[in-house]
Design a protein around this ligand. Structure first.
Ligand SMILES: [Zn+2]
Length: 312
């Protein structure tokens, strides 16, 4: 009688192969799903590849100018091992999401320092903040040749993709220095240039208290002289005094809101996403007006409770 072992072993092998194939398929699905969840948020303009964070109409330049008291904080030049982790904690404590424009030279090689910067960049993303590119070499881009501009943008894309598995569609040129050629290139790449209308001066003021006072004075001044209620704030997460000033600035805005509540004025609304500043007041739709009114109503309620607690 022939031993049936061969047939049994053969059948077991076939089953094992099927199970292994199934497991592999599941792993692939999970891997792709994770990648898509990680990389795909907020993008999807036609056939564009998946991107990182927000994307707006290609060719847009966001300045942040608005008559509304909307504030969005942005931080340039990081991530920095000494200061960025502390800022992340301060942002969490304040319940604020910001946008970080990373200098990609910090990720250029795989030295230990750069590896740490890569980890920090991922951490910024995991903590829910927006991510943009601040070029690779942090040079003025206004007078760069097309080849030099391409080099900066391509290298930045490559480094961001290495870290995040996706590129970003947000770009902030160092010092806001740009040219018609750079504008055209960014538009072709479906990128949005993000500038700012409220400079914190944290590159000249190296004292947290002074930085806070200057910022809180600048807001009403800009509103009075230019009609800007708020906008996109430029700061640097690489300065310890900025990290120290940030919670004081938020506390100052919230204290100011207690006063504004009493006079029934619009409150300062710290928004988590650039899209609130991307909608220019000039093309405000009734839907946006309603959204802003809803936000103010909710903010008034929270502010009323907070200010009552603070005064007790
Ligand atoms: Zn910079």
């Amino acid at each position: 009688m022939m031993c049936p072992c061969g047939a049994i072993v053969g059948r077991m092998l076939r089953i094992w192969v099927q199970v292994a194939r199934g497991a592999l398929a599941l792993l692939t699905l999970l891997w792709c799903g994770l990648g898509a969840a990680h990389a795909g948020e907020g993008v999807g303009v036609g056939a564009l590849p998946l991107g990182l964070g927000s994307s707006f109409a290609p060719g847009r330049i966001l300045h942040g100018v608005t008559a509304h008291r909307l504030i969005h904080f942005t931080f340039d030049d990081g991530p920095d091992a000494k200061t960025t982790p502390q800022l992340l904690d301060e942002l969490d404590a304040a319940g604020v999401k910001a946008t970080f424009f990373f200098s990609a030279s910090r990720f250029r090689d795989h030295s230990q320092r750069n590896a740490h910067a890569r980890e920090l960049a991922l951490l910024v993303r995991q903590r829910g903040h927006g991510i943009g590119s601040h070029s690779v070499d942090h040079k003025r881009m206004r007078n760069m040749t097309p080849a030099q501009l391409h080099e900066q943008l391509d290298a930045s894309d490559r480094l961001f993709t290495e870290i995040f598995g996706a590129r970003t569609y947000l770009f902030r040129p160092p010092w806001g220095s740009h040219s018609a050629e750079l504008d055209r290139m960014l538009s072709e790449r479906a990128d949005t240039m993000v500038l700012w209308n409220i400079g914190s001066d944290d590159w000249v003021i190296d004292n947290a208290q002074k930085l806070t006072t200057t910022f809180l004075r600048a807001l009403p001044y800009l509103e009075r002289t230019r009609g800007w209620g708020g906008g996109i704030v430029l700061m640097h997460d690489t300065h310890p005094w900025t990290v120290e000033a940030f919670p004081q600035i938020v506390a100052g805005l919230r204290a100011r809101n207690c006063e504004l509540l009493g006079t029934s004025e619009e409150l300062y609304d710290i928004v988590d996403d650039l899209s609130w500043l991307a909608a220019a007041d000039a093309d405000a739709t009734p839907a946006r007006a309603q959204q802003l009114a809803d936000r103010q109503a909710k903010l008034r309620e929270q502010t009323r409770a907070r200010c009552a607690n603070a005064s007790q």
